[in-house]
Design a protein around this ligand. Sequence first.
Ligand code: CA
Ligand code: CA
Ligand code: CA
Length: 274
Amino acid sequence: MLLAVFAAFSLQANAHNGVAVSPKLLLSGALESNGLMRDGIRANGLLPNSEPYTGLVHFKHYGDGGGESVTNPAVFQVTGNDAIVDWVVVELRSPGNMAKPVSTHAALLQRDGDVVSTDGVSPVRFLSVAPGEYHVSVRHRNHLGTMTAKPISLSSNATTVDFTSLDLPLYGTHATKEVGNKRMLWLGDTNRDKRCIYQGPNNDIFYLFTYVYSASGNSQSYGNYAAKAYALADLNMDGYATFYGPNNDRSVAFTQVAIYAGVLNYILSEQIPE
Ligand SMILES: [Ca+2]
Ligand SMILES: [Ca+2]
Ligand SMILES: [Ca+2]
């Protein structure tokens, strides 16, 4: 009897199994007409094996997040719906302190929107986070992140959080782009100030322009030069940063702001508390 009580107590005192989450999201810059995101970065062999967020300006990992890496080369060889588009970050925040994540994890984004662990298939698991209620937020290098307006109950069984759904209440106003019945992250933050600006002070197009014109292979400073790189300036995520010419990255930002706001100096701001 005493032993049973002790066993039950020690079970309770044991470490929990963390929480698992399966976010779903679309990056508007990468989205193709077939509803999948393009995987040109992967196809061009440009995806880094280690998460690129550590060291990026205006980014900070929390908890035991950071340093995630892909150790199995087969993960980046998958093609089709589940091919990897890029690295993203998943954050968990307590309702009592939304400004500071409890933990962050870098994860992988599949072409069909599933966010998965570094094995390319599993849910994103936060082993150090106790089961409970958390706001879930997602971020990407050159898109604006977004966060659930309400806390979501998370446990060791993966919970799906579908950021593409119009039914998921999001924090802030105009947090994401809406096309048809889908939500997607706003594109265009090449200078990583958490705003997408096409024209005016601190605009992101100037960064793109500077990047392309000063690219190491572009000694003649051609505007239609395609700089093949894993770059913040690659807004349509095809593996090239381009200013003019076919599939250039400037026009996707132009189209977005022209259709959404109608004025080219409109400022889209990330809706995540700081
Ligand atoms: Ca999938
Ligand atoms: Ca910006
Ligand atoms: Ca591009």
